[in-house]
Design a protein. Structure first.
Length: 76
């Protein structure tokens, strides 16, 4: 069964566009939207397992320059 997650992302001032561009290049990132409110970006991820989602978030998304904080919400 495929796993899906919503990642709420806060960016550093002036870095939102750079973060969006970097996220759009990652395999497993289905969509990236700039939003209003306490977060700057919401990304929707999909993988074969929860481990795939976890690896994508910790290994590929967290290292992106300009991200200050993330919250990952797994779809159930």
């Amino acid at each position: 069964m495929a796993a899906k997650a919503f990642v709420l992302i806060e960016t550093e001032v002036g870095k939102t566009r750079d973060v969006v561009n970097a996220l759009q290049k990652l395999k497993g990132v289905n969509s990236v939207d700039t939003v209003t409110g306490p977060y700057d970006i919401i990304a929707i991820l999909q993988g074969d397992s929860l481990n795939d989602i976890g690896n994508l978030v910790t290994g590929k998304i967290h290292p992106i320059s300009g991200i200050s904080r993330t919250v990952t919400c797994l779809a159930i």
